[in-house]
Design a protein around this ligand. Structure first.
Ligand code: BGC
Length: 730
């Protein structure tokens, strides 16, 4: 279980940096190389540390001061993988240990062979801590080693400075520290670094550094450890003092590594999807997804959520989208239900911003921001990048029209309540979220003759803007309002209005060709050949040939839209309808968003087109792990990784959760022999082991649990073993 880089290649430097991030849900440190290289983007991010720099229209996840740079000199020669003769190189993020380790054997200009090993690991107990180490060993002759490292406040977000340096302090001869404040959000940041040996300090130009020099004998090692502590005023008062006090405790690299190993061992034991099959890549992709889901998500902090790139890069400015509730939250719901609850609390605590946004647009209730950061106000930039030829800017319409997010949140509340039966959450928070979002939809619909419609929206497919009656939006809005009625979330008058909405809202149904129109006009637009664009999914290459306004007038989808609806509300649509629509719409979908392929894979499973499903799944695995050198430069695709988990659970394993019941109906692709995974359902920890011949479900708790397997109901006590032909309880 390792993500490996076999050779150093500048072209891939930022992709690996994103992939090889270490972290713990509180912070993430990109897997950048220790030395500086052209175009390398370093990054350390802490959940919830956003700032709106002067003149900027939205808040950004702050790229914190750099702590991982080692400037190494061997006999005065700069250590560099670019300029030195590299005899051997290998770098790997070990998912079982949570450690990133690089091995390089180089030859200096004088012909000396020297091993340089660098490694780093995030603390999984004390979430404020990380450990770094460098080991330098001359193999052929003695040499002089000089190493300089520190805390570098020159780090910016693509050039934008977010922090003011407040204080720099050193303690004894082995501890340096720095304190900063974000320029607008006024978050205090304290960073301390403790070394295992005495250094010479210097503070200059917002950098505080420690230098170490030693003459190293042949076949002996120079070992330098650096323990980093990061504190912020979001969690602690006086983070500067806290970081220093913690750093003074002098833990070793090995201690932090050992507890990281024990944390990850337990994690994999408790939460891993195991796949036995033809290709070990599938297992790696699932482990990679679970690792990243785990390090991107705050473990016990409801005040923060997950950005579209987790804590792995500056992409999307660290903003929180529907990605979190629809693509990421389910992993936590069925593995760590408390974390799923926290993600909902993040939204609940920002209801005021959503109410304000609804008011700003003259609606009722709560309209959640399409992009959210710390305050809960809308953070979507108003304009996309400047067109340098025309000097004009394309409006980003999502804030104004991508309203399905409010229904998506209500949907996630229902998923949570259904899977946990957490009545207290439902009563105290869930009903309010459902009520406020339902109230929004009541005010959002317009009367047309004797029925209601929803006009001028953007559905999940962001290539079609300001369309009427997007099927996804209408169905989800209907579902949202139905939840208000189900849970009686409101007074009788409100519930009456809800009932009227449910009776009158237009829900697009299959036409005579069995197609559900994605919106009122989609099916009447021209169809073009998408072959070349589909060959480069994610690149948005169609926008090089067509203006956005032209794409809007074609049957071209950026991502799963109607198919997203089929996925979220499986009980509404029969298999033949799924089949017809999946084929039709997949053909029109470029998959220019990473939120697309894995969802299509799930629906392909549903219609038993297993080879197609498996193909789509494998392509989804390649979004972050594939050969494209730049696909993940500014961070991994958080929702896509969540969707891989969804694909195995809800696609290949055929799990469905509807109306409070759990069903399973597996359909493994031919490449897989067996899959097994844990699943928490209504406080029961279930273990599923699925092969083509048998379904085994185990449970540790005593009470009987009803479960549907391949359509038949069973009462699960300790274990159910169901063969293909005979289905018996043991
Ligand atoms: C997609 C959205 C998604 C966002 C963040 C966009 O490209 O169209 O659906 O929420 O990326 O991942």
């Amino acid at each position: 279980m390792k993500v490996e880089e076999k050779q150093f290649d500048l072209e891939y430097i930022n992709k690996y940096a994103s992939q090889m991030t270490i972290g713990n849900g509180f912070f993430g440190i990109r897997g950048s190389q220790e030395e500086d290289y052209r175009n390398q983007v370093r990054g350390m991010f802490a959940a919830g540390v956003y700032n709106r720099p002067l003149g900027a229209e939205s808040a950004e996840l702050v790229n914190l001061p750099d702590v991982i740079r080692w400037e190494i000199k061997i006999d005065g020669e700069h250590f560099s993988l670019e300029t030195m003769k590299v005899l051997a190189y290998e770098r790997a993020l070990d998912l079982e240990m949570g450690e990133l380790k690089r091995y390089a054997l180089i030859e200096t200009a004088q012909g000396k062979k020297v091993e340089v090993i660098t490694c780093r690991v995030a603390d999984q107990n004390n979430l404020h801590q990380a450990a770094l180490k460098v080991v330098i060993k001359p193999l052929t002759e003695d040499c002089q080693v000089d190493v300089k490292t520190g805390i570098d406040g020159q780090q910016t977000n693509f050039g934008t400075q977010q922090l003011v340096e407040k204080e720099l302090r050193v303690f004894g001869d082995d501890l340096i520290s720095a304190s900063y404040q974000t320029t607008e959000s006024k978050i205090d940041i304290g960073i301390a670094a403790k070394f295992n040996k005495a250094g010479v300090f210097q503070a200059k130009n917002r950098r505080i550094t420690a230098s170490f020099s030693e003459k190293i004998r042949k076949n002996t090692s120079f070992t330098l450890e650096k323990i980093i502590v990061l504190s912020t005023s979001l969690q602690q008062t006086d983070p500067f003092k806290k970081s220093i006090a913690q750093a003074q405790k002098s833990v070793s690299y090995t201690e932090i590594l050992e507890q990281s190993m024990s944390y990850w061992t337990d994690f994999w034991h408790q939460h891993r999807i195991t796949i036995q099959g033809d290709s070990s890549f599938d297992q790696l992709a699932m482990d990679f997804a679970a690792y990243h889901l785990q390090i991107m998500t705050p473990r016990n902090d409801p005040s923060v959520s997950v950005g579209a790139k987790g804590l792995t890069g500056e992409g999307y400015k660290g903003h929180v989208f529907w990605d979190t509730e629809i693509f990421i939250l389910p992993f936590f719901l069925y593995q760590f239900p408390e974390v799923a609850k926290n993600l909902l609390l993040y939204r609940y605590d920002r209801l005021e911003g959503a109410r304000q946004k609804a008011r700003d647009y003259h609606y009722q209730g709560a309209l959640f921001p399409w992009e959210s950061a710390h305050t809960g106000q809308e953070e979507t930039p108003k304009f996309a990048a400047l067109n340098i030829k025309t000097g004009t800017r394309q409006e980003v319409a999502s804030a104004a029209a991508e309203h399905h997010i409010s229904a998506d949140l209500a949907y996630a509340v229902q998923e949570y309540v259904q899977a946990t039966e957490d009545q207290s959450f439902l009563e105290t928070k869930g009903k309010t979220l459902i009520h406020e979002t339902a109230a929004f939809w009541l005010s959002r619909a317009v009367k047309v003759d004797d029925h209601l419609e929803i006009h001028r929206v953007i559905g999940p497919d962001e290539y079609t803007e300001y369309i009427d009656n997007n099927a996804y939006t209408n169905y989800l809005a209907h579902y949202n309002v139905a939840l208000a009625v189900k849970y009686q979330a409101g007074d009788p008058l409100f519930l009456k209005e809800c009932q009227n909405f449910l009776d009158k809202l237009y829900l697009p149904v299959p036409n005579k060709e069995q197609l559900i129109p994605q919106d009122d006009t989609y099916l009447s637009k021209p169809v073009i050949d998408l072959t070349t664009y589909k060959e480069r999914p994610g690149s948005q290459s169609i926008l090089l040939d067509y203006a956005r306004s032209e794409v809007n007038e074609l049957q071209v989808s950026k991502q799963a839209d109607l198919v997203m609806l089929l996925y979220l509300l499986p009980e509404y649509f029969s298999q033949p309808i799924v089949s017809k629509n999946l084929h039709y719409y997949e053909n029109k979908t470029i998959h220019d968003s990473s939120l697309s392929k894995a969802i299509h894979a799930i629906e392909a499973c549903r219609i038993q087109e297993m080879e197609w499903a498996y193909h789509l799944f494998q392509e989804a695995c390649l979004i972050d792990l594939g050969p494209d050198p730049h696909s993940s430069d500014d961070g991994i695709h958080a929702a896509s990784l969540g969707a891989l988990w969804l694909a195995v659970i809800f696609g290949f394993s055929g799990i469905t959760v509807t109306n409070g019941t759990l069903s399973i109906s597996p359909r493994l692709p031919s490449a897989w022999e067996k899959i097994s995974f844990p699943f928490i359902w209504k406080n029961h920890r279930l273990l599923f082991v699925l092969t083509k011949k048998q379904i085994v479900i185990k449970k540790e708790t005593k009470e009987t649990l009803p479960i549907f397997v391949n359509g038949d109901q069973y009462q699960l006590e300790k274990e159910l073993k169901i063969g293909r032909a005979s289905c018996r309880e043991r």
